[in-house]
Design a protein around this ligand. Structure first.
Ligand code: SF4
Ligand code: SF4
Length: 235
């Protein structure tokens, strides 16, 4: 019911599924029936998503948000007709931008994997209530989004430091950490949503979780070499 419920994931999933355009209709700004004003969240999400689209080479005009009341049928018709025409002009997704189908698919998949991270990094801005349309354009900038993607953090467990206390494994919200009793823990990078919980949770006396920026993550320790060797047992 509320445009604020429309997640970045929904929009990018629609494009991944081959939609040529996505339209979001929300109630007029400042006319929300509740205290939540979800339409402001929807607006900021769209502004962010449009910059992300530019970053991967898609025309941001394929995504549109418009605010109107349920009684404005004529306005809705006009807006939808205009948007339909615009999307037709732009042509099929990817083809209109001269991006190879497989390349587009993999770009969209990469971005979708980073959605929890993007939402976490941009959490404060996503909650801002913009006052007028002049503020929309510069709210998220291309440089800012390029920087966001070039500085994506990864988390890695240093096998020489992990003491298999299992704290990180229990706290990871998406079960991305593989480990067990006396087993060096390993982060499954494909499942990790980069929330940083393991980084915060690993006891300072071990300090085994590292944050890595803009560099490849070392390969995981082979299964057969994951037994923790305690110092007392080494001697
Ligand atoms: S960063 Fe978050 S999601 Fe990734 S392994 Fe650590 S706790 Fe799990
Ligand atoms: S919290 Fe630290 S020491 Fe404990 S299992 Fe995780 S990485 Fe290893």
């Amino acid at each position: 019911m509320c445009s604020g419920r429309i997640d970045l994931e929904f929009v990018l999933r629609a494009f991944s599924n081959g939609m040529d355009g996505v339209f979001i209709g929300g109630c007029r700004l400042n006319e929300c029936n509740y205290t939540t004003h979800g339409n402001y969240h929807a607006l900021n999400m769209v502004l962010l998503c449009r910059r992300i689209m530019e970053h991967i080479g898609l025309n941001p005009e394929r995504l549109k948000i418009e605010f109107m009341s349920a009684g404005e049928g004529i306005l809705f018709t006009e807006v939808m007709n205009d948007f339909g025409k615009k999307v037709k002009e732009l042509g099929p997704l990817g083809k209109g931008e001269d991006i190879d189908e497989d390349e587009l698919k993999s770009k969209l998949e990469e971005v979708r994997k980073l959605i929890p991270y993007i939402k976490m990094v941009k959490r404060e801005k996503l909650g801002v209530r913009l006052k007028n349309e002049e503020e929309y354009d510069g709210f998220f900038t291309s440089d800012e989004i390029d920087k966001l993607f070039s500085e994506v953090v990864s988390y890695y467990i240093d096998p020489d430091k992990c003491q298999a206390c299992m704290i990180c494994l229990k706290k990871c919200p998406v079960e991305a950490i593989v480990g067990g009793k006396n087993r060096i823990h390993v982060i499954d990078q494909d499942k990790c949503i980069k929330c940083g919980t393991c980084f915060e949770a690993c006891p300072p006396r071990f300090g085994a979780v590292k944050d890595i920026f803009g560099e490849p993550v070392p390969p995981p320790v082979p299964e057969e070499a994951r037994t923790v060797v305690r110092k007392s047992k080494e001697n």
